[in-house]
Write a protein that binds this ligand. Structure first.
Ligand code: 2NL
Length: 380
């Protein structure tokens, strides 16, 4: 499209000729008869020009063609400009008249041109609207809303309970040294858990942590007491995959260290945890056990939340379900992390997250948690 500034430029050219004409009047005395003729010639030429422009506009079937017409007639080097160049041969007194005529011709061509452009643009818009018609009866695109993995739901539930009791959630590295994973936990060098058959060794001193206790050792070493923390996270053991085992699973360990912490604190805390997780009616019992890092040690069972303790398929008839391991932190463990066992005592526990998820959602095969079959995951 030819910009509108072309027009003022043409008018300037026109003014220039009028000015030249005034000075010409003063300086020269050309015969007026010939100039009279020129005036009529120009009138006729303008008429022809207009007729031709209108004909071309009429014949245009595309916006580009209309643009060509504009450039050809109204442009800087267009027909009208070249008519203006003939002005020098017109008698000075006729020049304003011819000038006016040129302007009128320009305006008329412009008007018709603009109307033709508007009409063509409207037609193009309408054609486009027709082509892009939206079928509002088509079914809408559905955005599938994702949700948390059952493991995550269980993990966040356990975290919520302990945060509610004033515990801090601390995460630590999945790669640990032998010291943080075993030695600092009072696990002797010849302990079977350290066997290559059970632990993934990386190189030298490094291994994939088999429990999140290392995170708690790091925390004890900081020397800031008391401690009330849980350490959730991924752990690794060199196990074959089956319905209850996976080489990578999740654990939530807990640690409390303060003055005057007793077994009563351990029992009260873990009983409260069980009631929040499985319901107000839940009973707990502690069975003696052995862990290197705690003394005494125990395993905690909860009354079966399916049958209430009378015995069913879910609890294999016993009425109890094993849920976690726990104990009072071994004095050797405290000492190795520079905590005086005469002044401070503590309790610790370890919960297998997958076990909680399987129990809570009544899933009978751990592998389902890792296969990421959307039909399975959608159910939680
Ligand atoms: C289990 C047993 C347990 C701990 C973990 C722990 C950590 C420190 C000191 C003492 Cl730093 N103990 N952790 C204690 C008892 C049991 O886990 O069966 N976990 C699934």
């Amino acid at each position: 499209m030819v910009p509108r500034f072309i027009r003022p430029i043409c008018l300037r050219i026109w003014d220039f000729f009028v000015w030249k004409n005034v000075s010409g009047q003063r300086n020269s005395g050309t015969g007026t008869g010939k100039k009279e003729e020129r005036k009529d010639d120009m009138k006729e030429k303008l008429e022809q020009l207009k007729a031709e422009a209108l004909r071309q506009i009429e014949a245009s079937d595309a916006l580009e063609k209309l643009n060509e017409v504009r450039v050809g007639f109204l442009g800087k080097k267009g027909e009208l400009t070249s008519v203006l160049k003939g002005m020098k041969d017109v008698a000075p007194e006729d020049r304003p008249k011819i000038g006016q005529l040129v302007n009128e011709t320009r305006e008329q061509i412009e008007k018709v041109l603009e109307e033709a452009i508007a009409k063509m643009e409207k037609a193009a818009r309408e054609a486009q609207m027709k082509a892009e018609v939206i079928d509002v009866t088509l079914p809408a695109k559905k955005n599938e809303v994702g949700h948390r993995h059952p493991n995550t739901i269980a993990m966040e539930e356990v975290e919520r309970i302990f945060i509610g009791m004033g515990y801090e959630v601390v995460e630590g590295p999945e790669i640990e040294t032998d010291y943080y994973n075993f030695e600092a936990l009072n696990i002797p060098a010849d302990h079977p858990a350290k066997d290559e058959q059970d632990t993934f060794y990386i190189s030298g001193d490094f291994l994939l942590r088999t429990q999140t206790s290392g995170t708690q050792v790091h925390e004890m070493e900081k020397g800031k007491l008391p401690i009330r923390m849980i350490a959730p996270g991924r752990v690794f053991r060199s196990d074959e995959v089956d319905a209850t085992h996976s080489p990578s699973f999740h654990q939530i360990e807990g640690l409390v260290i303060d003055k005057h912490i007793t077994l009563a604190d351990l029992k009260g805390t873990l009983a409260e945890f069980a009631r929040e997780l499985f319901g107000e009616e839940t009973k707990v019992k502690f069975r003696p056990h052995h862990f290197n890092f705690t003394e005494p040690s125990a395993e905690m069972d909860v009354s079966c939340f399916k049958c209430g303790g009378s015995g069913c398929r879910f609890c294999k008839g016993s009425g109890w379900i094993e849920i976690l391991g726990c104990g009072m932190v071994h004095p050797n463990v405290l000492r190795m992390s520079k905590i005086d066992p005469e002044e401070y005592t503590g309790f610790a526990f370890g919960i297998g997250l997958e076990r909680i998820a399987l129990l809570k959602y009544e899933i009978d095969d751990m592998r389902l948690l890792y296969e990421n079959d959307i039909r399975f995951l959608k159910q939680f």
